[in-house]
Ligand binder design. Structure first.
Ligand code: HEC
Length: 259
């Protein structure tokens, strides 16, 4: 009875396992020794949901702290500081430069992989002459941390590598405003929500600015793309990484402390 019920799934699973072991000889991702391939949960051993711990094809690739990732690190800076209406979004395309996606950045951003001196985007963000600097005054220049991210990305070959920020778990204990929340706002929001004439009509420059928006009840719904809110970051094709959202939520639930 038991055997009759399971022989077919077992056979298919066995073949899949054999195949994956062979193919893994050439793959950088290997099956960890502690991942027991025998499913003891009683679930179908052929798991297509991605929840099966032995399924290495859908397991997230942890982010390498030494790699600068385009979507995670560079695009948010370009989107909020450069791809604004009137500047380098699809409609405005000043000087033919569109900085809204990897494809448009590579096609129009005059980037020479591995070479800062030949990458115009780098030259204009470090330019000291205010007539030539980007973002143009009265917009603030990029911070040195942001310039370093763009520079490292170019020096690493201006690639579009991806990783899973939650692959190694997402720790939402004791979320800190200065260490966890502030950097997300700086890289994803501040380019628009700062200065004398901020996009959206308000700034997120100081802790007090952010808390005022949290207390208005409009902050989390906007970043979580909840119905009834304008999704933020404005113009993004996807919300912030889930781990960032979890941290923002935990921080708000803890009373949005200035820690
Ligand atoms: C590219 C510019 C841009 C970026 C980047 C951006 N915003 Fe906005 N934001 C806007 C604009 C424009 C509006 C007003 C939208 C409207 O009212 O139609 C707005 C509105 C908002 C609102 C009010 C939304 C509502 O439904 O009441 C919040 C909150 C907000 N932004 C927070 C953020 C946060 C947090 C980030 C970063 C994660 C961010 N914004 C990134 C341009 C931007």
């Amino acid at each position: 009875m038991e055997i009759r019920k399971y022989w077919l799934p077992s056979l298919i699973f066995g073949m899949g396992l054999a195949l994956s072991i062979f193919s893994c000889q050439h793959e950088p991702i290997t099956i960890e020794g502690d991942n027991n391939p025998v499913d003891t949960t009683g679930n179908n051993p052929i798991d297509t949901t991605g929840n099966n711990p032995t399924d290495t094809t859908t397991t997230g690739i942890p982010c390498d702290p030494n790699v600068v990732y385009f979507e995670l690190d560079v695009l948010p800076i370009l989107r909020s500081n450069c791809a604004k209406s009137g500047c380098h979004d699809e409609n405005s395309a000043q000087d033919g430069v569109i900085l809204t996606s990897f494809e448009s950045v590579m096609a129009t951003g005059k980037i020479e992989p591995f070479d800062l001196n030949d990458s115009e985007i780098y030259e204009v963000i470090v330019e000291t002459d205010p007539d030539k600097r980007m973002p143009q005054p009265p917009n603030a220049p990029l911070t040195s941390a942001q310039i370093n991210l763009v520079a490292s990305w170019i020096l690493q070959g201006a690639k579009n590598e991806s990783c899973d920020p939650a692959a190694e778990g997402c720790n939402t204990d004791n979320v800190s405003y200065s260490a966890d929340i502030r950097p997300v706002i700086e890289n994803n929001c501040l380019g628009c929500h700062q200065g004398a004439n901020p996009t959206g009509g308000f700034v997120l420059e100081t802790y007090a600015d952010v808390v005022a928006k949290v207390n208005s009840g409009r902050f989390y719904g906007a970043v979580a793309w909840e119905p009834g809110f304008v999704p933020m970051p404005f113009g993004a094709s996807a919300p912030l990484p889930q781990c960032n959202l979890n941290k923002i939520k935990a921080w708000i639930e803890a009373g949005a402390p200035n820690n």
